[in-house]
Ligand binder design. Structure first.
Ligand SMILES: NC(=O)c1ccc[n+]([C@@H]2O[C@H](COP(=O)([O-])OP(=O)(O)OC[C@H]3O[C@@H](n4cnc5c(N)ncnc54)[C@H](OP(=O)(O)O)[C@@H]3O)[C@@H](O)[C@H]2O)c1
Length: 243
């Protein structure tokens, strides 16, 4: 997560959330190259021009060197199943390296043929709140839609399913605030990569790295220990591990 010096991850109107340096972006892609799957919440996907893919060729080669599939799984979390079909993430498919130059291609995302499944599949995690008609729309957008929870995602069950059915051992969550909070609450965050950027956004409604219901007692709060802190230019790159 990229965070301003006053602890915000986006402006109050959520219009601006990309404010890290090119170095921070490189860090994000390097992290993606260590994960079987990359996950984001519905609002982040709906609002941003992001594709959650592995990025340029050098990162895909890094994935292969790391013993991972060339393309990561892309996971979107939406309890209501209300995703914008025109969001950037649904506009991209990727060509694997073995087929040529490994360039990113913009192509329709619907209809999962073999090559698409072999590339960077999209999985949507949703709940029973998503109506049947909504589920049908989601299935046209994604390679797989998994209902895992009544009103909220049961992330423990979802991760077990991802491990058993999709071989996901390491998952990178890229926010936003509500999704992060749910993972902290479920005790599922092993590591937090936080980049502190030299900006102040202010704004009471501007999100921090974890929103949701929050913890009421210190005893219940997610506890972390600082693993590393590195200054690069005007930014601080922090890594925390679960205490
Ligand atoms: N600075 C950064 O590094 C960074 C990174 C990522 C995002 N952001 C910014 O953060 C903001 C978005 O954060 P956000 O907190 O508003 O939204 P979010 O976490 O991206 O998405 C929230 C949505 O995800 C679904 N969701 C999350 N947890 C769930 C659970 N436990 N069970 C079921 N569904 C769940 C719900 O979808 P439904 O409503 O469909 O049920 C919920 O409305 C945006 O401005 C984005 O650009 C910043």
């Amino acid at each position: 997560m990229a965070m301003t010096a006053d602890g915000k991850i986006a402006t109050a109107n959520r219009a601006l959330s990309s404010f890290g340096s090119p170095r921070d972006h490189e860090h994000l892609l390097t992290l993606r190259a260590t994960a079987d799957a990359v996950m984001s919440g519905a609002r982040t996907v709906n609002l941003n021009k992001i594709n959650l893919g592995p990025g340029p060729e050098k990162f895909r080669r890094a994935r292969l060197r790391n013993g991972l599939a060339e393309f990561n799984l892309r996971i979107i979390v939406s309890g209501r199943g209300a995703l914008n079909p025109h969001a950037e993430i649904f506009q991209h498919r990727f060509e694997p390296l073995k087929r040529g130059r490994g360039r990113e291609s913009a192509a329709p995302s619907c209809g999962a043929d073999d090559s698409q499944v072999a590339n960077s599949p999209i999985i949507i995690l949703t709940t029973q709140r998503a109506a049947t008609a909504q589920l049908k729309k989601l299935r046209a957008l994604a390679d797989e839609v998994k209902v895992c929870g009544k009103t909220e995602i049961n992330f423990r069950a979802a991760l077990r399913w991802l491990r058993a059915h999709r071989g996901v051992k390491r998952l990178l969550c890229e926010g936003g605030a509500e999704l992060n909070a749910a993972l902290f609450r479920a005790g599922l965050v092993d590591e937090l990569h936080l980049t502190i950027c030299p900006h102040i956004f202010g704004g009471r409604a501007a999100p921090t790295i974890a929103e949701g219901r929050g913890f009421a007692k210190l005893a219940n709060a997610a506890r972390l220990q600082l693993k590393s802190a590195r200054r690069v230019g005007a930014e601080m790159f922090l890594v925390f591990a679960r205490a």
